[in-house]
Structure formats: C-alpha cells, structure tokens
Design a protein around this ligand. Structure first.
Ligand SMILES: [Fe+2]
Ligand SMILES: [Fe+2]
Length: 152
C-alpha cells in the first residue's frame, strides 16, 4: 500500500510529540534547551506550512471541511504566538518553562484533534488517489520548509 497524506502527517506529529517531551525535560540555561527549542520551532513552522497547503486547502474549498479547517488554522496561529513568546535570549526562568508547558499542551491537544477528527473529515472530501498524491506533495514541501526555517 502506498503512503497516504495521513501516514506522512502522523509521522511528523510523532517528531513534535517527542521534541515537546525533550523540551520539558531540558535543564535551564543549557545549550541543549536552546537546541531542542530551535528544533521544535522549525518542526512546528514547517509542518504547519505544508499541512495548511496540502491538508487544509482542499478541506477549505469544500463546505463540509470549512469549520474544521478554520478551527485548525486558528490553532496554528495560537501555536505560533506561543513560540514567539518563547523566542527570547534568556530561556532559564520559571515563567519561560510555564509557557513551554502551555505550548506542549496545546501541541498535544491540536495533534490529537487532527488525528481523531480532522483527518476523518478530510478523508470524506478527498479521493483515495489524492490521499497518495498529497502525501508526496506534503513531504516535498515539509522538507523544503524545514530547510527554510532552519536558516532563520
Ligand atoms: Fe496542524
Ligand atoms: Fe498536524
């Protein structure tokens, strides 16, 4: 069986879950914390971009997918704002960690909602052939966006 868009997205979701765990376990003031934060920042931004283009655009143009995709794009924006709050030089304080926890909770909530609800909504909108084709487009764009955001 060929890989579908949902297989590819689930794989990216696992990377995010694992990076969130590592971030919450990181020690204040270490290079490791800054490094894990950067990895998570790049992953979140790249996944959001490629997912918006290849999962949510096809959903948005169908009446059945309008509410779900709108909701998801709003959550992407909320995640971006938390990342922005965390992007400060001093990452050692307790308020920084409190925001990191909030980000991790929001990431987990968002991924769960996508996997349990939005993938099913999208599955009714796009054809089987499109699911395979979109997986390839998604992967190509996700890799490209990872490189783009890693340089920022
Ligand atoms: Fe998402
Ligand atoms: Fe996602």
């Amino acid at each position: 069986m060929s890989e579908t868009l949902y297989d590819a997205l689930r794989e990216s979701h696992e990377i995010q879950r694992s990076l969130c765990r590592k971030l919450l376990r990181s020690k204040p003031g270490t290079a490791a914390r800054a490094d894990v934060f950067k990895q998570l920042r790049v992953e979140l931004a790249a996944l959001e971009a490629a997912e918006e283009r290849y999962l949510y655009v096809p959903m948005l143009v169908d009446d059945m997918g309008l509410n779900a995709s709108r909701h998801a794009l709003h959550e992407h924006h909320e995640l971006d704002e938390l990342v922005e709050d965390l992007q400060v030089t001093d990452k050692s304080g307790s308020s920084w960690m409190a925001t990191a926890k909030k980000l991790s909770e929001k990431v987990h909530h968002h991924l769960r909602e996508e996997e349990k609800k939005f993938f099913q909504v999208s599955g009714k909108i796009i054809s089987e052939a499109q699911k395979v084709k979109l997986a390839k487009s998604y992967r190509r764009d996700y890799e490209r966006m990872r490189r783009t955001y890693a340089e920022k």
